[in-house]
Design a protein around this ligand. Sequence first.
Ligand SMILES: [Zn+2]
Ligand SMILES: [Zn+2]
Length: 229
Amino acid sequence: MGEFEPYLLALADLFYPQRCVGCGGRSRDVLCRGCFERLPRISGPVCDRCGAPSAHETPVCERCRGVDYAFERARSALVYEGVGREVVRALKYQACLEVAERLAAPLLEELAEGRFDMVVPVPLHRSRLRRRGFNQSWVIARALGRRINTPASDKLVVVRRTRDQVDLSGRARWANVRGAFGVRGSVRGKVLLVDDVFTTGATLSACSSALLEAGAERVCALSLCRALH
Ligand SMILES: [Zn+2]
Ligand SMILES: [Zn+2]
């Protein structure tokens, strides 16, 4: 069997030319079937306001009670754990375009209720954009926009450099992003704001404030993942 192994592997490459972004195994798609089935999907009842999973449908939940979000409502497709976390990692560091088109956009399309006038991604600061080469939220927004026939527009810009939210606690995150975003030109109508991960909602809320100030009628937020810790 040993001597055939290279041959079999070459054959497998032909049929399954990619690596699953969840487990690294060979796969026909960005995720293998096992990882696809393990996607931590948010499919049950959620809080109507922040989109967190909830025991039953509720207009506001324990997590968001007393929090002043500028967006009207937020929804997320996956919990930020397990395969969900690997998918976000892949969006940032390896196969962004493919993961956005084949996985993130179809998952988010299911959550985009109603009609919107534009899809707008959460922006990256110039220096971070230079380092990474692309903004993963922009790639998701563009792929989603194509699916729902709505133009994607990078209307939002970072006007004040912020610290990495990962290093900060809940309250500090809100202070860190307050007033950090601005809008190029003006905005009209209903905006679908897109990000990869909703953690405290502070970034999405600060972006929503900027869009509303620039003339947006309503802002709804979609994120691929929702962190629940
Ligand atoms: Zn896999
Ligand atoms: Zn809530």
